[in-house]
Ligand binder design. Structure first.
Ligand code: F3S
Length: 386
């Protein structure tokens, strides 16, 4: 691999031990992938933030790195952590978990990372331009950025995204290369796919059948932000691919996605008829989703014994707050959390979750051993209102 003089110096510790370690990760990955060179990235987005996921080892690693006095070189944002940093008591989290989670956030901040704690950085906090090379982890955001913004990123791990943030570099391979962004399989929608849930399932089905091959989607195109978010999250939950395409000129092996397939995926994932907690905000809610929820719950209350969690980013929360939407939903008894989501929080395992996201359904069952009812968001919401 050919390195510039500056890259060599980083690798040799001329800029300190923190950068040396970060560059070693980038170069090591590049060698595994046979990359011939490194390229500059415009931004980074880091997953691996929840204390539930990284534990004491992850915290120690971050604190040690921060003690080396190294800072990120490009704008860098964070994925959700395990708690709402302000309303954590409302989530039933204990003091020890809170203090560990805060230490994780502080270590990232000491490295110069913006503690946005959202999985939708592309909506407000870290918006790439078409053609930008970036280094993002959080697979749903990677797919959104590659597919709908036409930015360039591989599916980074939390560690490699952090290494790219510190060095401002990534190895040139995979989805950074136009030649590697061509579809290898097609999925044809055989019915009119509409709304966030149907696109969520289309993404999930596509991930299953395409595995690591870039899929071309025929006969369906998400138009709204919720549809694009849900398609990306569904695809990220079941496949390992980092993007999809919606237009192409060549013939490809084509797999049908019909109504029966849609129903069978919903039936597989949705094992319960009822639920304790309705979780909306996977990926984090955008403003138009909060507006719609506020319209539905205005002047009403959720029934006793049910909880509704809405999760969003702090930026979108502020916009919703300024429009009076947070007041409306909180008066109806819904809880609004930022910084976190139900999947990465220390959820009590006995809950049954209502969700409109196949990504939540997929992970809640494997990570939390909880059961799921999956349906359209507004239908679920109407079901818990007095
Ligand atoms: Fe975001 Fe949590 Fe879903 S990180 S994509 S809301 S699982």
């Amino acid at each position: 691999m050919i390195l510039t003089r500056e890259e060599e110096d980083m690798l040799n510790g001329v800029y300190g031990d923190g950068l040396r370690r970060a560059m070693k990760i980038i170069v090591g990955l590049g060698k595994i992938e046979n990359a011939s060179r490194l390229i500059d990235v415009k931004s980074a987005h880091i997953s691996g933030v929840s204390y539930s996921n990284i534990g004491d080892e992850g915290l120690e690693f971050l604190e040690e790195l921060a003690s080396l006095n190294v800072k990120v070189r490009v704008p860098t944002t964070l994925n959700p952590c395990g708690i709402d940093l302000a309303k954590w008591r409302l989530m039933g989290v204990d003091d020890e978990y809170y203090s560990k989670q805060v230490k994780v956030i502080k270590a990232y901040e000491a490295l110069g990372v913006k503690a946005t704690c959202t999985c939708t950085p592309y909506l407000h906090d870290n918006v790439p331009m078409r053609g930008d090379h970036i280094a993002w982890s959080e697979s749903s955001a990677v797919i959104y950025a590659n597919t709908f913004i036409k930015a360039y990123t591989n599916k980074e791990s939390g560690i490699s995204a952090l290494a790219s943030a510190l060095t401002g570099k990534t190895a040139y391979y995979g989805l950074h290369d136009d030649e590697k962004r061509k579809p290898e399989i097609a999925v044809r929608a055989r019915f009119k796919v509409r709304g966030a849930l149907e696109f969520s399932v289309l993404g999930y089905f596509t991930g299953r059948v395409s595995e690591a091959r870039i899929p071309l989607i025929l006969g369906a195109h998400p138009r709204t932000i919720p549809e694009k978010k849900q398609f990306s999250a569904g695809l990220s939950a079941s496949g390992s691919v980092g993007m999809a395409l919606f237009k192409w000129g060549e013939e490809l092996e084509t797999i049908d996605f019909d109504r029966d397939m849609f129903k069978s995926i919903i039936n597989d994932l949705s094992v319960e008829d009822d639920f304790n907690i309705l979780f909306l905000g996977c990926p984090h809610l955008c403003l138009e989703e909060i507006e719609e929820i506020a319209r539905v719950v205005k002047g009403r209350r959720i029934v006793r014994g049910r909880e509704v969690w809405l999760c969003t980013s702090r930026s979108i929360y502020t916009q919703a707050f300024n429009k009076g939407l947070i007041k409306i939903v909180e008066e109806a008894g819904l809880k609004v959390f930022v910084d976190t989501c139900l999947i990465v929080s220390p959820l009590k395992p006995i809950q049954v979750i209502g969700t409109n996201a196949v990504k939540t359904a997929h992970y809640i069952r494997s990570m939390h051993k909880a059961n799921v009812k999956i349906a359209e968001a507004i239908a679920l919401l109407r079901g818990v209102l007095e």
